[in-house]
Write a protein that binds this ligand. Structure first.
Ligand code: NAD
Length: 476
């Protein structure tokens, strides 16, 4: 059985505790590798290595740092198939999906930031004939990069690439549930001439690795993606330390379907926006509001297509959905469905678990008929479960959408552009897509409002907070 190792100061090392945890393939319940159960002592070593590597790395010319990013991108592309396979084994996502979205976006993360970061300009402002202020951007220091299991390498590299390009050094803490692609990244990166200590990974749980990492006094920047409860805990743990922090958290995303849409085309889009990656994309819709005029016919078609979705072995090309990521998560999602059914929700599709193999499979589920204030409409499930409800007019739908502690994203399907824009402006969410979903452009800021996240700046690219502004004001 493969024992994963931590990657600290350019070395693969066992966890100091000499303890490992099983890493389970969710498609069959088998252990595929052992994940280090590291602790604060491993974190300390990694942070120390990153701290020592910081001065030289941050002073290196940005173009030179970005050459390393391009080398990494080339290596990932060369090992594309292996990355996709490891992600499928680890996470349960269909192999075709990993090849179509996750791994290409991983490569793009490195290539985009390698090109973009060197173009970030310094600027200056002159105060009459008195003074000239020069504004430049500075690397922050050691960055703690913590990520969830749903898009394991895509989210991690969306942090690693800009953090390194901007001159920070990093300690990564991938999800303990899906460690394989991050480990493989360390393996392909190891032979490259990247200076030791610039890139480090410590594997383990949130409690034993995540908490000591964010609280470490030599960590100057925390970039976290994960659940809202965890984000709130991190805020408490780092309170008073004045760290640069970005929290990308959960959501309860809404999708609006107007009366003028092409129904068949929109049903196809909705299937993806609801059930892609088993609904385990933070941007998936969980609440679908359909105009009352087309509610009956739209729901009939949506239910019909949903019942035809093939859920099965993620290695098979025909499987649109694979298993959920873990037994714990599978149980949590089933419990959510059961609670909602108990509260009176009608099950329009779904409700039976698949019995094939020992995997954590669940059929895509459509619920309807619960009060808007029920937790069904306000709490994130993060699985293949959506609710469908009718709405009468724009004011009503905006009110229902904003009746949520979250504000990550929303989608509006509507041919009338003016009406769509009007709804979009009123929705309190970080991203609103009109007639599309999951479109990604790394030049635009990404993140949530309300309890879906804090810390993004209105800068030109997604994770814009990696460098600090510095003003040097000289008297003339
Ligand atoms: P999680 O919050 O349980 O874990 C995320 C990461 O944080 C893991 O690496 C975990 O080990 C670590 N962690 C846990 N407790 C910690 C602590 N106290 N201190 C530091 N680190 C800690 O989330 P998850 O179950 O892995 O992922 C699912 C959640 O992530 C969902 O809520 C989903 O919406 C959210 N998510 C958000 C985005 C986004 O961009 N907003 C993207 C993907 C996923």
């Amino acid at each position: 059985m493969e024992k994963i190792k931590n990657y600290i100061n350019g070395q693969f090392v066992d966890p100091i505790s000499a303890l490992w945890m099983p890493n389970i393939n969710p498609a069959n319940g088998e252990t595929i590798s052992l994940v280090p159960n590291s602790n604060a002592a491993d974190v300390d070593q990694a942070v120390q290595a990153a701290h020592e590597a910081f001065p030289a790395w941050s002073e290196m010319a940005v173009e030179k740092r970005c050459e390393y990013l391009l080398l990494i991108a080339d290596q990932i592309e060369e090992h594309f198939e292996e990355f996709a396979m490891l992600e499928t084994l680890d996470n349960g996502k269909p192999l075709w999906l990993s090849k179509k979205i996750d791994i290409p976006r991983v490569v793009e993360n490195f290539r985009f930031f390698a090109k973009y970061v060197p173009t970030v300009k310094a600027f200056s402002v002159r105060k009459g004939d008195k003074a000239l202020s020069q504004i430049t951007r500075m690397p922050v220091g050691v960055a703690a990069l913590i990520t969830p299991w749903n898009l394991p390498l895509y989210l991690l590299t969306w942090k690693i690439a800009p953090a390194l390009a901007c001159g920070n050094t990093v300690v990564c803490k991938p999800s303990e549930v899906t460690p394989m692609t991050a480990y493989f990244l360390a393996q392909i990166l190891d032979p490259l001439p990247l200076p030791k200590g610039v890139f480090n990974i410590v594997f383990g749980t949130g409690l034993d690795v995540g908490r000591p990492l964010v609280s470490h006094t030599d960590v100057k920047l925390v970039s976290f993606t994960g659940g809202t409860q965890t984000g709130k805990q991190i805020e408490k743990d780092i309170a008073g330390q004045c760290k640069k922090t970005s929290l990308e958290l959960g959501g309860k995303n809404a999708i609006v379907i107007a009366a003028d849409v092409d129904i068949d085309q929109t049903v196809d889009e909705l299937i993806k926006a609801s059930f892609l990656n088993q609904g385990q994309i933070c941007l998936c819709g969980e609440r679908v509001f359909i105009h009352a005029d087309i509610f009956a016919i739209f729901v009939e078609k949506f239910v019909h297509k949903t019942k035809k979705i093939i859920v099965g072995d993620p290695l098979h090309k025909t499987s649109f959905m694979g298993p959920l990521v873990s037994q714990d998560h599978w149980q949590k999602v089933r419990q959510c469905i059961a609670q909602r059914v108990k509260a009176g929700a009608k099950v329009l599709a779904g409700d039976e678990t698949l019995q094939n193999d020992k995997g954590y499979y669940l059929r895509p589920t459509i619920l309807s008929g619960l009060d808007q204030n029920h937790s069904c409409h306000t709490e994130e499930i993060f699985g293949p479960v959506v609710t469908v409800e009718p709405y009468q007019d724009e004011d009503e739908v905006v009110k229902m959408i904003n009746n949520s502690p979250y504000g990550l994203c929303a989608s509006i399907f509507c041919k009338d552009q003016d009406r769509a824009q009007m709804i979009a402006r009123k929705i309190r969410a970080g991203t609103v897509w009109i007639n599309c979903w999951l479109v990604r452009d790394l030049r635009v800021p990404f993140g949530g409002m309300k309890q879906s996240g804090i810390g993004r700046e209105g800068g030109q690219y997604s994770v814009d907070f990696y460098t600090e502004y510095k003003t040097i004001c000289t008297a003339l």
